[in-house]
Structure formats: C-alpha cells, structure tokens
Design a protein around this ligand. Structure first.
Ligand SMILES: *Cc1c(COP(=O)(O)O)cnc(C)c1O
Length: 353
C-alpha cells in the first residue's frame, strides 16, 4: 500500500440499476417513464442556440424555481433545485444532519440513504419494516438527529397517508424530517401541504419518474424558507452551478404542461392495475402499488431464477440480493405493449418452472 492510500476515503458506493443497451430489450429495471417528456421540451431542444452555452447558467436557477413555485403554490424561497433528487437529498443530508444523535430511516428503503450517511459520517439507525413491509411509525417516536422516509417507499411501492406523516411530524419537532416523494404522483398524496404547519419538513421530488426526464437530472425540494436558505448556503459552499442551462429551460417546459403530465401518470396507473391483476393470476403476490413499479414475489419460483430467465429473454427487471427482499422482483411499469410482451414471456416461464 502506498503511504497516501491510507488517507483515501473508504466507502462502499451505491449501485445504480444497470443501463443495458440491447436491441429489442424491454427495460423495466430502473423505474424510468416509458413515455417521452412533454412536447414543449422537444420544442425547447430544437430552439436551443448553442451560442447560449458560452455563458455560465443562472446560479439561482430562477426560471425553474419560479415555475415550480407557481405550480405548487408556494413562495420561490421555499424551493431548491438540484441535479436529480439524488443531488438534492445529498445536499439535504449535508445541511440538516449534523447531530451526534442517529438519523432514522427504514431498513428497507432507497439504498442511497445509508451511503450518504456513511459518506458524510452521519450516525444512523434503521428500524425494520414489519412483515408486510410497512413502516412502524412508533419506531420514529424517539430522539434522533433527523428522519428520512420515502413515501411511497422504494422498493416496496407502499404509500402511507398524510395522517401517518403528520403523526411522525407531531412526534418530531426537534429534527428535520425529509419525505422523499419520488413516486408520489402515481397515486399517493403529497405532504407539501404539511410544510405550512411544520417548519422542519422538507419534501423532495424529481423529474426522473412521473415527468419522464431521468436523463436530464432535475430534482427539487420544497419546505420552509429557512430550510431552503441553509441548503443554498451549503450548495454555494460546494458548487454554485449545479443546474446546467438546458436543465433550466427543459425543466420549465415540463412543469408548464400539467395536462400532459397527468395524462402520462394516468396511463401508467391504468397499466399498473392491469399488470397487477395479471401477475396475481400467474401466482405472484405483492403489496398494492402506489408507484410506477410492482414489488412482486412468486408463490413457488425463486425471484433470482425468474430474474435470470427474464434477462435471457432481454427483459430487464431489478433484483436485490438482500435479506428480507431477496425473493422479490421490482418490475417497472412500461407501456402497455411492453407489459403485454413481458406478461407473455412470464406466463411461459412460470409454466416451464
Ligand atoms: C429514483 C429515486 C430517486 C432519485 O431520483 P433522481 O433521478 O436522482 O431524481 C430518489 N429517491 C427515490 C426513492 C427514488 O426511487
């Protein structure tokens, strides 16, 4: 070992879902939206003059912040934007979790939370989900340095209602509570309205799922202006130009077209409900999904076997080789056509196994 190597940061990184590029593949492994972004985004792409790229982008991201503030009926100083919600969440961890008390998040949830906690040296405790993959809210009624909940949770797809979130907030007035709503548009109820009553609540959302812009990398947080100010102080201490110029232009177009957004979401929900019924017929069980994916386990065939067999047919779903969930597949809801092909192959695999 070279002497300087002892000074290296040692961290086990988050592992994103693979991005295969096989002709004719059906990609249901990273919860992307199968439909294109709003038509206004295409138009903005065509109208972009590359001369504009000479200049730095607006460090305050004011166009996009204004559009989001208008859309969610909050003040502009209540909105923070970042390079995907991963960036926004990382900034929030840096901004709010500086206590010796552990932060709390479930043992089964978005697997980036423990990576950030490790990276930023934040102590953490992971209360277990119950046997139905539900969060036990009483586990969060104790002293802590902060709370992070994904709602709907990932990869379970289960959404808790606003009473549940409110209960957690009422028991936690001394630390920041982050609710990661990456999937909330697919049938959940956002807790943005609760930011009026709770100054310590931060909601984080993304353009990657319901707004079909995973490739663009846009995420945002909404909360009390005092929280947003701290996040901006941290951002400007780290990288002033997180949002590139195109993210700002294309993001605004996506936010403006709420009709298109709702249309896409409706299609995905209706496909999801149909696929859930078909999976049940094939011998799968799963929690009722409020997300754009289904977390399913077969009654007799091991998930890892199905994952491999599907892969061999160029159908990619996500499999987590982790305690408690290693017999489940996380299946993203694609287009109706993709899901029909998926179900057809699955039917054959179930018969063969
Ligand atoms: C997809 C996802 C994110 C991150 O999305 P970005 O693409 O970084 O905006 C954050 N949280 C959860 C729970 C997710 O599933």
């Amino acid at each position: 070992m070279k002497p300087w190597e002892t000074y290296y940061r040692k961290i086990t990184p988050y592992v994103p879902g693979e991005q295969p590029n096989v002709p004719g593949m059906i990609k249901l492994n990273t919860n992307e939206n199968p439909y294109p972004p709003a038509p206004g985004v295409q138009k903005a792409v065509e109208e972009l003059n590359t001369e504009q790229l000479k200049l730095y982008p607006d460090p305050t991201s004011s166009l996009l912040i204004k559009a989001l503030a208008e859309h969610y009926k909050v003040e502009e100083n209540q909105v923070f934007v970042g390079v995907g919600s991963d960036d926004v969440l990382a900034m929030a961890f840096m901004s709010f979790f500086n206590s010796d008390k552990p932060i709390l998040f479930p043992d089964i949830t978005y697997s980036f939370y423990d990576v950030w906690a490790e990276l930023f040296h934040i102590p953490y405790t992971q209360p277990p989900l119950d046997e139905h993959f539900r969060i036990c809210k009483e586990d969060y009624y104790r002293e802590n340095g902060g709370i992070v909940l994904a709602n709907p949770n990932a990869p379970t797809s289960i959404c808790e209602d606003l009473h549940f979130i409110r209960d957690i907030l009422e028991h936690n007035q001394e630390s920041v509570v982050i609710v990661d709503e990456a999937y909330v548009d697919f049938g959940g109820e956002s807790a943005i309205s609760l930011t009026k009553d709770f100054e310590n609540l931060l909601i984080v959302q993304t353009f990657s799922k319901s707004r079909s812009m995973a490739g663009m990398r846009i995420g945002y947080a909404i909360g009390n202006s005092s929280l947003i100010k701290v996040m901006n102080d941290v951002k400007y201490s780290y990288n002033s130009y997180t949002m590139n110029l195109t993210s700002l232009y294309y993001g605004v177009e996506a936010v403006k077209d709420e009709n298109y957004h709702q249309e896409c979401v409706k299609r995905i929900i209706s496909t999801r409900e149909r696929v859930m019924a078909a999976l049940k017929e094939l011998g799968f069980h799963f929690p009722a999904s409020k997300a754009n994916f289904i977390f399913a386990s077969h009654n007799t065939i091991p998930a890892e076997k199905l994952y491999q067999d599907l892969r061999n047919e160029n159908i990619f779903v996500r499999y987590f080789n982790k305690p408690k969930i290693n017999n489940y597949l996380r299946i993203t809801v694609g287009t109706d056509e993709e899901m029909n092909q998926f179900l057809e192959v699955l039917k054959r695999l179930v018969k063969e196994n």
